[in-house]
Design a protein around this ligand. Structure first.
Ligand code: HEC
Ligand SMILES: [Cu+2]
Length: 311
C-alpha cells in the first residue's frame, strides 16, 4: 500500500479542520518568534562584532515596559491557545448521540470491524460521508492505537476495556488507517483504510452481503444460550435487575454511588460482577471471565443497547 500523501495533508473531517486551524496558528506564532530571534541574532552579531564602533557606553540595566510586555504578551497568547485547544479536545471526547456506532477489535496485527447489522470487515472500514461515526474499540492482545491522519484523530485501543473515538468525514474517498502504537514485530504492517462513501451508496454497501445475523440478535442468542436470561428475564425467580432500558442510563450502586451504564460498565458487570453491585440486589451473578470472547461481549452489549429504548 502506498502512503496517500495528498489525502493525509488535507484534512477530511469536521474535527480535522479545527485541529488544522489551531495547529497552523501555533505554527505561525512560533514561526514569527523563531524568525524574529534569528534576525536579531544576525543583526546584533554584525552590529556588535569585534572591532565595530558601536556605542557600548551606558547599557540599559532596567527597561520596565519591555519586561512587562514580554511577560504579558506570551501569557495572553498561551491562554488563548489553552482555551481554544481545550474546546477542540472536549469536542473530540464528546460524540454526538446520533452517531453511527461501529465496533473495532484490534489484534496482532489487524483491525477487525463490525457494523450493527453484523457486516464485518478486516483492515477496511466503510463509513458514510457527512454523518457522525463513533467507534467502540478494544484489543484482543496488546495496546494498539487507531490513527487516521487525514481525520486528525488518534486513540489508544486497550485490552480489557473500551475506548471511543468519533469523527464526521467531510470528503469521500480512501484514507489511511494506521496503528500508532508499537505492538510487536509486524506493527509496521498493521494498517488499513477508511472508505468514505455517499450515504446512499453506504446504505447499499451495508445492506449487501449480510448473511450473518445482526450484532444485537447474536447477542440475544448468547443471552439465552449462556444463561443470562435465566436470571435477568422478568419472569425469572432469581432477583436480578431487568436489563431493559439500562443502556445509557444512570444506575444506583449498593455503595451509594451512581454510574452511567455505558459499554465499560456493562463489560465489567459481566466479567467482574462483584466490582459494582446494583443497589437492592444480592451479589449472586457469576463472572463470565474466560467464557466469552471479545466478539461475544460486543454482541451482548449491542443486545442490551437494543433493549435500551424499549418501554
Ligand atoms: C445467577 C443469576 C445471574 C446470571 C446467570 C447473570 N446475572 Fe447479571 N446480574 C445478576 C444480579 C443478581 C445482578 C445485580 C447484582 C450485581 O450487580 O451483581 C446482575 C447484574 C447485571 C448487570 C448490571 C445491571 C444493572 O442494572 O446495572 C448486567 C449488565 C448484567 N447483570 C448482565 C448479565 C449478562 C449479560 C449475563 C449473561 C452473560 C448475566 N448478567 C448473567 C444475576 C445474574
Ligand atoms: Cu497495533
Amino acid at each position: 500500500m502506498t502512503y496517500n500523501m495528498d489525502a493525509a495533508l488535507r484534512s477530511a473531517s469536521t474535527l480535522g479542520t479545527k485541529v488544522d486551524a489551531l495547529f497552523l496558528t501555533m505554527l505561525g506564532i512560533t514561526g514569527i518568534v523563531a524568525v524574529g530571534v534569528a534576525v536579531l541574532i544576525v543583526l546584533f552579531a554584525i552590529r556588535y562584532r569585534h572591532g565595530s564602533k558601536a556605542d557600548r557606553s551606558h547599557p540599559p540595566t532596567r527597561v520596565r515596559w519591555v519586561e512587562i510586555t514580554w511577560t504579558t504578551t506570551p501569557l495572553a497568547i498561551f491562554l488563548v491557545i489553552f482555551f481554544w485547544s481545550s474546546e477542540v479536545f472536549t469536542q473530540f471526547h464528546r460524540p454526538p448521540d446520533n452517531a453511527l456506532r461501529i465496533h473495532v477489535l484490534a489484534k496482532q496485527w489487524m483491525w477487525k470491524l463490525e457494523h450493527a447489522n453484523g457486516r464485518r470487515e478486516i483492515d477496511e472500514l466503510h463509513v458514510p460521508l457527512g454523518e457522525p461515526v463513533e467507534l467502540i474499540m478494544t484489543s484482543q492482545d496488546v495496546i494498539h492505537s487507531f490513527f487516521v491522519p487525514a481525520f486528525r484523530v488518534k486513540q489508544d485501543v486497550v485490552p480489557g476495556r473500551y475506548t471511543n473515538l468519533w469523527f464526521t468525514a467531510t470528503r469521500a474517498g480512501r484514507f489511511d488507517l494506521e496503528c500508532a502504537e508499537y505492538c510487536g514485530t509486524e506493527h509496521a504492517r498493521m494498517h488499513g483504510a477508511i472508505i468514505v462513501m455517499r450515504p446512499v451508496e453506504f446504505a447499499d454497501w451495508l445492506a449487501a452481503g449480510t448473511a450473518q445475523p445482526g450484532l444485537a440478535s447474536r447477542g440475544f442468542d448468547l443471552y439465552r444460550r449462556v444463561g443470562c436470561s435465566g436470571c435477568h428475564e422478568p419472569t425469572s425467580t432469581v432477583h436480578a435487575p431487568d436489563l431493559t432500558g439500562l443502556f445509557g442510563n444512570p444506575v444506583h450502586l449498593a455503595d451509594g454511588s451512581r454510574v452511567v451504564a455505558d459499554e465499560n460498565y456493562i463489560r465489567d458487570s459481566i466479567l467482574q460482577p462483584q466490582k459494582q453491585i446494583v443497589a437492592g440486589f444480592d451479589p449472586v451473578m457469576p463472572s463470565f471471565q474466560g467464557q466469552l470472547s471479545e466478539d461475544d461481549l460486543i454482541a451482548l452489549i449491542a443486545f442490551i443497547q437494543s433493549r435500551g429504548n424499549a418501554p
